[in-house]
Design a protein around this ligand. Structure first.
Ligand code: GAR
Length: 203
């Protein structure tokens, strides 16, 4: 199984979905470490409950972004992580960090990218009158929420949806596609090409 580290900042429900999937014997990846930039992230305790190493590396403990990222990289190396899965990690990574894990770092985002990168995606989808919303797993590149798309799931918008009800159904879809996408990457069924596309192979 390919060793995977998950980076979180909060609740960690997507992390939980990855852990749950990884417990199946035929899942091609195992979660070796969970790292949070927030010491009080709920997901840390959840991960420890599964016997997974879960550590906080708070940004406030470091003088610069570069030093903070160096500490995260040291922890990833120590855990032997081959793939990095961002799961609600609310920090923009530097070009150096992204380059180091090019093709090996993935992110889940609560919209059908390229629509609605950034925050408040459900509010914005409702304000735009979208009838379809959803979620995306993509390879991480330097631009925020811009990398090549690995997997998406559409979610229909109901007439009486609020940002909260819509977020709940999108989150359920996130929990379905993130394990699928991680498995595809771990099996080498999808890879990021040098010109920045996601190439799917049938095997
Ligand atoms: C998820 O909805 C995830 O898609 C989103 O944060 C939430 C984290 O929830 N990520 C982003 O908005 C990144 N741009 P979780 O901690 O329960 O997985």
């Amino acid at each position: 199984k390919v060793p995977v580290a998950v980076l979180i900042s909060g609740r960690g429900s997507n992390m939980g979905a990855l852990i749950a999937a990884s417990l199946h014997t035929d899942f091609p990846a195992r979660i070796v470490s969970v790292i949070s930039d927030k010491p009080n992230a709920k997901g840390l305790e959840h991960a420890r409950g599964f016997g997974i190493e879960a550590i906080a590396i708070p940004r406030a403990d470091y003088d610069s972004k570069a030093e903070h990222e160096a500490a995260v990289i040291a922890a990833l190396d120590a855990a032997g992580a081959k793939i990095v899965a961002l799961a609600g990690y609310m920090r923009l990574l530097s070009g150096d960090f992204v380059t180091r894990y090019a093709g090996r770092m993935i992110n889940i985002h609560p919209s059908l990218l390229p629509a609605f990168p950034g925050l408040a995606t459900h509010e914005r989808a409702l304000a735009a009158g979208c009838r379809v919303h959803g979620c995306t797993v993509h390879f991480v590149t330097e631009g925020m929420d811009e990398g090549p798309i690995i997997e998406q799931e559409p979610v229909r918008v109901e007439h009486d949806d609020t940002p909260e009800t819509l977020a709940q159904r999108v989150l359920e879809a996130e929990h379905r596609i993130y394990p699928l996408a991680l498995a595809m990457v771990a099996r080498g069924e999808v890879r990021m090409t040098s010109d920045g596309r996601a190439q799917h192979s049938r095997s």
